[in-house]
Design a protein around this ligand. Structure first.
Ligand code: MN
Length: 496
């Protein structure tokens, strides 16, 4: 997104989110509706399995297939998951909520309606904090409601026919609706990433966007700064964080172009074409009354005991914001490093296992730079890291107590990565211990000084030369000399 420089010039100290148009600045306004599949073995109103990848129509109960006379029965676990999620979003839990029928016709919806929640959702207002470019933005949550997913149409197997797979029909979804508090493509991405992190911590949704288990409808409008909200378009089912950013930018540009040409935005539903990087009209926007919502007569209002909510609250894990604060305090980490480590619960746990009882900053450096760097290069996840937390912890411990230098530690890391083994044993067996014996270091220093008299003369007036000598001594000792001792001896012998 083109960012104006005027924000900085005006001394705000942060990049402006405004978009430069042909006739002045524009502000993009984004609100999101995220559909998150609930982690639950059974569907929202039937006992059929939610397992992914099964043969078509093998996980379909009579309820899911909408056989006449079948009655839905609420799955308690899905309700608990929605409450946990609401609590994790700092939101109000509504002790009474109502399931409604949202009526529409589509071949993947055998009931002819979706059971959803309309006027009385299970979760009310809440908020999520995101960090973008050093700025913390609070995004309001409007509501969270429970609803059924639809089935899937398969068009690409046969040019003459379409098929219906009802395995997904009736699976529980949480629809999480944000307020229009998002002001840039980067904020939109950060919001969905943060939501995904929170859901994964809570264990209420696996956040797998590739499988469609987390998908975002992105509402985009533009306006002149300070003006009322413009007409919005909804971009349906964007299924990756990268595409969310691209879709917001493309849609904002499209709307700005129309408005600057004197046109008007029509409220409509659009699709993002990732290949061409543009949004395309799908259908004109339907209004709530088109769905003829009414309370589902097959289901009683959902009433929750306050005790249940309290019990679920007490069972919540430490969430990413709290963990980040604790990492900063307990291990002395920067906000940035702590943020990187808590983005996934598994990374945070790994880091803590490495850092416990050791130098926290050193541990963070090794986890973020060496381990994550290597995992990224090899396209692996932390769950299948060849170096276990106990092994990396041992390496960090060996650096911390002066047994090995940071440079040797990289070699040990490499050995553990490729061959496995116990770091302390590797160091012992291969003779990698740091040389702290000053006699041995002095001998190496003297040899280097004797063969470089010109450089010694230079170093007397230019102490920055010291680094070169340190490098030579380290090389001569196979990287095993204690750098602090090398430094000290060099300074003394050169006389600086
Ligand atoms: Mn929905």
């Amino acid at each position: 997104m083109a960012q104006t420089k005027s924000g900085k010039a005006a001394g705000k100290g942060k990049a402006s989110n405004l978009i430069k148009g042909g006739t002045g600045d524009w502000e993009v306004v984004v609100g999101m509706e995220v559909h998150a599949q609930v982690n639950s073995r059974a569907k929202l109103f039937s006992g059929a399995s939610t397992a992914f990848g099964a043969a078509p129509n093998s996980h379909v109960s009579l309820v899911d297939a909408a056989m006449p006379g079948m009655l839905p029965v609420i799955n308690e676990e899905c309700v608990y998951q929605a409450i946990r999620t609401g609590l994790g979003l700092n939101a109000k839990i509504n002790l009474k909520s109502v399931f409604d029928r949202k009526n529409y016709f589509y071949p993947d919806l055998p009931q002819g309606y979706q059971i959803s929640q309309y006027k009385h959702p299970i979760v009310g207002e809440g908020q999520v904090e995101i960090d973008v470019d050093g700025e913390t933005v609070t995004v309001g949550i409007e509501r969270l409601h429970l609803e059924q997913d639809a089935g899937k149409l398969i068009h690409d197997q046969d040019p003459e026919r379409s098929y219906v797979d009802l395995n997904r029909a009736g699976v529980a979804l949480m629809e999480i609706v944000s307020k229009p508090d998002i002001r840039s493509a980067r904020q939109a991405q950060a919001y969905v990433a943060k939501l995904r992190t929170i859901l994964r911590y809570l264990g209420t949704c696996d956040g797998d966007m590739e499988k469609g288990n987390l998908r975002a409808d992105v509402n985009v409008s533009v306006r002149r700064p300070g003006e009322p909200l413009g007409t919005r378009c909804e971009i349906k089912n964007v299924n990756s964080i990268r595409f969310i950013g691209q879709a917001v930018e493309a849609e904002a540009r499209r709307q700005i172009e129309i408005l600057e040409d004197g046109g008007a935005i029509e409220q409509e539903t659009r699709l993002f074409d990732a290949e061409k990087g543009v949004t395309r009209a799908m259908r004109s926007k339907e209004e709530a009354h088109d769905y003829r919502y009414f309370p589902d007569p097959d289901l009683l209002p959902l009433e929750l005991e306050p005790d249940l909510v309290e019990r679920l609250k007490a069972g919540l894990p430490e969430l990413p914001d709290a963990k980040r604060q604790r990492f900063m305090k307990e291990y002395g980490l920067s906000a940035y490093d702590a943020g990187v480590l808590v983005a996934e619960r598994e990374s945070a746990d790994y880091f803590e296992a490495v850092a416990k009882g050791r130098d926290g900053k050193l541990a963070a450096n090794w986890v973020i730079n060496e381990l994550f760097g290597r995992l990224n290069r090899e396209g692996r996840l932390i769950g299948d890291s060849p170096v276990a937390a106990a092994q990396l912890g041992a390496i960090v411990g060996l650096i911390g107590d002066g047994t090995i230098s940071g440079k040797i530690a990289k070699d040990v890391f490499e050995i553990v990565w490729t061959e496995g083994g116990d770091p302390a044993e590797i160091v012992e067996k291969r003779g990698l211990k740091q040389v702290t014996d000053t006699g041995a270091i002095e001998a190496a220093v003297e040899a280097i000084l004797a063969s470089n008299p010109d450089k010694v003369a230079q170093a007397k007036s230019k102490p920055a030369m010291l680094g070169w000598f340190v490098g030579q001594v380290m090389k001569a000792t196979g990287g095993k000399a204690n750098p602090a001792a090398v430094n000290e001896i060099l300074r003394r012998k050169i006389g600086i």
